[in-house]
Design a protein around this ligand. Structure first.
Ligand SMILES: Nc1ncnc2c1ncn2[C@@H]1O[C@H](COP(=O)(O)OP(=O)(O)OP(=O)(O)O)[C@@H](O)[C@H]1O
Ligand SMILES: [Mg+2]
Length: 323
């Protein structure tokens, strides 16, 4: 649905992304995480074609129907009732029926639709201004989800949502059959939703990890900073016929000695992680239950294997050099 190839963007000295690649497929749920001001919203805009990269290309699929959940910009008429806010919305109106709303191409009774969003009948005629913040957010969701869409964009949707609305939003996203792009600081929410997490780490560093925040954090924890990880995965396997020349018995530098010390631990952590991911793939139900996650996990296993091999080669090289 979206293909970004080698995109770079900087605002003055502020690098947002640098040579970033991403392919978003139908049904993917992509979360963007990173500190305030790192460039999450800008990356979303790049991916949606709203701003142009300095270099590289973004290609959007045809027939994209984008729905944006934007709490700040979306408008509700505070004086009008919930009922009138829905029935009176030209995008939701059903001609000739004043008690129906169009929900993804099908007419539905407005009260029944409000019930889907946890409002009871007595609230239907109340003015929107009497609603709590969480209730207003729920009404906005009702408007958003009524429109046909296949790409849902949520930029920090969970800020100030009450628990009931958070659960509802999670259910909605789980049932949604389109693609989701989500910016959030809510780790738990991301864990429950995301199939891929893009970590923005500053200076244009942005890397895709399979799974949610916990998966990302775990991979970072085992010592793969994103650069090492990517480079190791990209590095072609060394030809077995020509082992790298090592100077026997030569002394290691201080940095090399420290690195050699830390490598066995890194290797065993990578091995443990690889074993865990491989076990996931052995579950025959995973492919049918969640083909996206299955695909991402397979990709990650391949990357980890390459990274592990690179670490082992590095270890052997340093061992040989140390004599
Ligand atoms: N059009 C622009 N021109 C110049 N600088 C911009 C522009 N848009 C964003 N920036 C800057 O780029 C940086 C990233 O902004 P962005 O809004 O993408 O960050 P963010 O990760 O979404 O932050 P937050 O978590 O606060 O929402 C900020 O320093 C911002 O001031
Ligand atoms: Mg932002």
């Amino acid at each position: 649905m979206i293909e970004a190839t080698n995109i770079s963007l900087a605002f003055g000295a502020k690098q947002i992304v640098n040579g970033f690649d991403l392919r978003v497929l139908r049904g993917d749920r992509v979360a963007f995480v990173g500190p305030n001001g790192v460039g999450k919203t800008s990356l979303l805009k790049l991916l949606l074609g709203q701003i142009a990269p300095d270099s590289g290309t973004v290609t959007l699929g045809t027939n994209l129907d984008i729905a944006v959940f934007d709490q700040a910009r979306a408008r509700l008429d505070g004086e009008a009732s919930l009922w009138d806010n829905l029935v009176g919305d030209p995008l939701m109106a059903v001609s000739g029926a004043s008690d129906q709303v169009m929900v993804r191409g099908r007419p539905k009774h407005v009260v029944a639709y409000l019930k889907d969003f946890l409002f009871d009948e007595s609230q239907a005629r109340a003015p929107v201004k009497s609603l709590s913040g969480g209730e207003k957010a729920r009404l906005l969701l009702a408007k958003l989800m009524a429109l046909p869409s296949n790409l849902l964009v949520l930029d920090e949707p969970t800020n100030d949502l009450d628990v009931v609305t958070l659960d509802l939003l999670q259910d909605i996203l789980s049932d949604y059959d389109g693609t989701v792009l989500l910016v959030s600081h809510d780790r738990d929410f991301i864990d429950r939703i995301a199939t891929t997490t893009i970590a923005l780490e500053g200076q244009g560093r942005a890397t895709a990890f399979p799974g949610g925040w916990s998966d990302y954090a775990r991979l970072r924890f085992i010592g793969f900073d994103t650069e090492t990880f990517d480079n190791a995965a990209k590095k072609p396997a060394a030809p077995t016929s020509a082992p790298p020349p090592v100077k026997p018995k030569s002394k290691l530098t201080f940095t090399e000695a420290k690195r050699l010390d830390s490598l066995p631990d890194l290797i065993s952590k990578a091995e443990a992680e690889l074993a865990k991911l491989s076990t996931l793939l052995e579950d025959p139900a995973l492919f049918t239950r969640d083909p996206v996650k299955f695909g991402k996990t397979s990709e990650m296993v391949a990357k980890l294997q390459a990274a592990l091999q690179a670490l082992e080669e590095e270890w052997m090289g340093l061992e040989a050099k140390a004599g």
